[in-house]
Design a protein around this ligand. Structure first.
Ligand code: CTP
Length: 424
């Protein structure tokens, strides 16, 4: 069993070292703790000398007591039991790469049917490693005092890190948990690793099981992918292997959208706001496809808005090519559309006159407001109520189209139009 204590002591940052040292001290204090390990992504990232994210700790024994002692030693709030015998320590204030420390009781997992959530039983570290997705994530480094730094690596993940290879532990891995197909894409692209040929075959054979994942789980995976810095390569790979279509039959990411993401990424102008990324990624879907995607993803309002915003804009956007369209007409159309969809159309849509109009709306026209306010109108003797809003709208349209040029002209227009409202 190789000893990688050096990774814990010299290759990790001071903040991670503090956590590891505390684990070492605490593990000796409890009679009902047999062993403590740091597992999964942190071990992989330490070997690769990459900055790790969240810390995953596996405890053989009393994980609850351990997590409470760790939180108290770190001076942060008590852990919260997030799932069965899993304790989450909020690490946002600790300057680690990730936002939490997850302490789990070493366990085995079995899946009653494809894509179901696993059934869990308390077990050994070797079972805990066997339940994992890829060999590179199935390593544990001991944090116990007696064997500090010993590597437990039953699937030779170390060798696969060296070979830069993503490989599953067993043939049923993607059927058990189809989210692992997304994970393989993420790791391969993020780390620049290749996917072992059998693993790659198993991924395509298991695509049909993606359909069994709940909307929330699928959305979570897609969101994680969009949050990665190499998102465009990940989306391209997912599209090419059929993973995007497997999420929802209506969903596809067009080559123009991928090109735009690529070039904006290169220029450093890509907005990483989720609504913007979604609007670009789903550009070109028709109304029916957009509706199906939203349903499939069980999408919250902000997702739905970005996706349907594109299709709503597509319905009216040809009007923007008319040379005599008035600014007020432009505002009437575009004020109903989410800004993310307008930005996506500018970037991905055709370079017709509409693009100049959309740009003008984004940069100038949408900020135009009358100088006159509702309060001014009340002061001028107009009774409070819906009339005020209607008059302000008329004044705004007139200002947009250049029919009034001062606050005085705005007031005159409002007073001129007042009788029409009073008689109605
Ligand atoms: N894991 C798994 N199957 C999943 C999700 C997670 O086997 N569907 C295991 C892997 O061993 C993984 C660990 O749980 O390493 C922690 O999960 P997560 O935090 O998502 O993975 P990391 O590898 O730590 O990811 P990242 O570097 O993206 O934070």
């Amino acid at each position: 069993m190789p000893n990688l204590a050096q990774l814990l002591t010299t290759k990790s940052s001071a903040e991670y070292r503090r956590v590891f040292d505390l684990c070492r001290a605490i593990s000796g204090e409890f009679d009902d703790i047999d062993a403590v390990y740091v597992v999964g992504g942190v071990v992989r990232d330490l070997i690769l000398e990459r900055a790790p994210n969240d810390i995953d700790i596996s405890v053989v024994g009393n994980a609850r007591g351990f997590s409470e002692a760790l939180a108290s030693g770190l001076g942060v709030n008590s852990p919260v039991e997030s799932q069965f015998l899993t304790f989450k320590i909020n690490a946002v204030d600790l300057k680690l790469g990730g936002s939490s420390i997850d302490v789990v009781t070493a366990r085995s997992e079995t899946y009653s049917e494809p894509a179901a959530l696993p059934e869990i039983a308390v077990s050994s570290i070797s079972d805990d490693l066997k339940r994992r997705d890829f060999t590179i994530n199935a390593m544990a480094l001991s944090l116990s005092n007696s064997n500090w730094g010993n590597l437990v690596d039953p699937a030779n993940g170390f060798g696969d890190v060296m070979r830069k290879r993503i490989k599953v532990l067993h043939a049923g891995s993607f059927v058990d948990d189809p989210t692992r197909i997304f994970r393989a894409v993420r790791y391969a692209t993020r780390l620049g690793f290749s996917i072992d040929s059998r693993t790659s075959w198993l991924m395509s054979e298991s695509l049909a099981y993606v359909d069994r994942l709940s909307g929330t789980r699928i959305r979570n995976e897609f969101e994680q992918l969009l949050g990665e810095s190499k998102r465009t390569d990940m989306l391209r790979m997912s599209e090419e292997m059929g993973l995007i279509g497997a999420m929802s039959p209506g969903l596809r990411i067009g080559s123009k959208a991928l090109q735009v993401l690529d070039s904006q990424e290169e220029l450093g102008t890509l907005s990483t706001d989720l609504t913007d990324l979604l609007a670009i990624a789903t550009f070109g879907l028709n109304e029916d496809e957009a509706t199906r995607v939203i349903e499939r993803f069980d999408a919250p309002a902000e997702w739905g808005e970005s996706i349907t915003g594109n299709t709503r804009l597509a319905k009216h956007v040809a009007l923007l090519d008319r040379p005599n369209i008035l600014p007020s007409e432009l505002v009437e159309i575009l004020d109903q559309i989410p800004l993310a969809s307008i930005r996506a159309h500018i970037a991905v849509g055709p370079p017709l006159p509409r693009r100049d109009k959309l740009n003008d709306y984004m940069e100038r026209i949408r900020f135009i407001k009358p100088d006159l306010t509702g309060i001014d109108l009340i002061k001028a003797g107009i009774p409070e109520g819906p009339i005020i809003g209607k008059l302000i709208c008329i004044v705004k349209r007139a200002k947009l189209d250049g029919h009034v040029r001062s606050r005085q002209e705005e007031l005159e227009l409002a007073l001129n139009r007042l009788p029409g409202f009073l008689t109605n």
